[in-house]
Design a protein around this ligand. Structure first.
Ligand SMILES: [Zn+2]
Length: 97
């Protein structure tokens, strides 16, 4: 059976939503837009594909905080993270400086 991880990677075309690069599965990770420790869950609307360096860089931050001062990554996210809940996309647009 296909794992959640494989399903999200396939949904996102094996593309990191932060840098826009396409990577083999072993170089990717599942990223929680709203981290679990901050109330996020494993719903597909809260999960995106991220390369490991970008996931490490984001750390425990919600995506909107991480992206607030990163216009390039924010543009990539809004272009590629098409399956994320609309409330997350709104938070990301509103946090832009
Ligand atoms: Zn990346």
């Amino acid at each position: 059976m296909e794992s959640l991880r494989e399903r999200i990677f396939a949904r996102d075309g094996y593309r990191c939503v932060y840098c826009g690069g396409i990577f083999p599965a072993e170089e990717l990770s599942l990223d929680h837009v709203q981290p679990r420790m901050r109330g996020g869950d494993n719903s597909e609307g809260n999960l995106v594909t991220a390369c490991k360096p970008d996931n490490t860089r984001k750390g425990a931050m919600p995506a909107w905080a991480f992206l607030a001062e990163l216009p390039l990554e924010r543009a990539n996210f809004l272009r590629y993270a098409l399956h994320v809940w609309p409330r997350h996309l709104r938070a990301i647009k509103q946090a832009a400086r």
